[in-house]
Write a protein that binds this ligand. Sequence first.
Ligand code: GDP
Ligand code: CA
Length: 331
Amino acid sequence: MRVTAVSGGIGGARFLRGLLAVLDPADEVTVIGNTADDIWLFGLKVCPDLDTVMYTLGGGIDETRGWGRHDESWQAKEELAAYGVEPTWFGLGDRDLATHLVRTQMLEAGYPLSAVTAVLSKRWLASLRPPVRLLPMSDDRVETHIVIEDEDGRRAVHFQEYWVRLHAQVPTHDVVVVGQRESAPAPGVLQAITSCDVLLLPPSNPVVSVGTVLGVPGVRDAVRSTNAPVVGVSPIIGGAAVRGMADQLLTAIGVEVSSAAVAAWYGARSGGGLLDGWLVDTSDAASVPVLAASGIRTNAVPLLMRDAATTAAMAGATLQLAEQCASDRSR
Ligand code: GDP
Ligand code: CA
């Protein structure tokens, strides 16, 4: 079985770890990673979501923080602060820096991000069974900016500044994905969507993780036209995001913060949208018949990724739902 999944950072990566636990070693996984969170810092290209996927699946992640390397130290960051250079709010660990150095060096030598990601992935993903191929959504520079209001007035800031410096605690008006319209999918991305057996949208942020991948020209149409069942997992439980700033961003783009509203926003594939199936948490089971009536087969199962066992069970439920959707379609 060839499984393709879109992924942001922590929500996607943790889900993927559960997925690998329930798949057969002979299966194949392709991950299309969000790169709209990427940022240039001190001359280095940082790709937080790609790195979170690599480190999480490859055993290098700091489990408590959910991002960056375990056994990390912060001496380079302290030295930069001692020079008084900005920004000081972004966590660049000493071990993590090596990843950004290798990536930047290769980009400057002319390799596209997809080729660089394949090289970095060799260290972290090569020994995984089933095998995992990590593709950036695009080789082009695409950056999410958030329109906020603060003492400097109404302005757009980079997504990382919004989240890491401002903790999303400012009035939030809009989400602008700079460069997206001119971007192209990275090599292999469209094919991974159209020629897989199952396409998964993990519980990643619908706006700034899944939404930015879907917004790369050609990706949404590929999802609409694939023969594979398309199944998503809600990142919203009981009217709130489990973590992160999805609440603020959904509100900013006019989508209610509920698992049902996110599903309706992705839309039923039978109605020109993206989803055949959707998983909601058991606490949101009341929305199952409503979504089913709209053409999205919906199951309610526990969606909190508390530990390896609950995460694997949730991934198993996703595959089961995909099977149900596939048999609906062949009927
Ligand atoms: P980021 O790039 O690090 O923000 O990570 P993602 O976009 O991949 O995932 C963030 C989303 O994961 C947030 O909207 C959370 O609500 C969701 N999330 C985090 N932990 C869980 C969990 O245990 N269960 C579910 N259903 N969603 C989760
Ligand atoms: Ca992210």
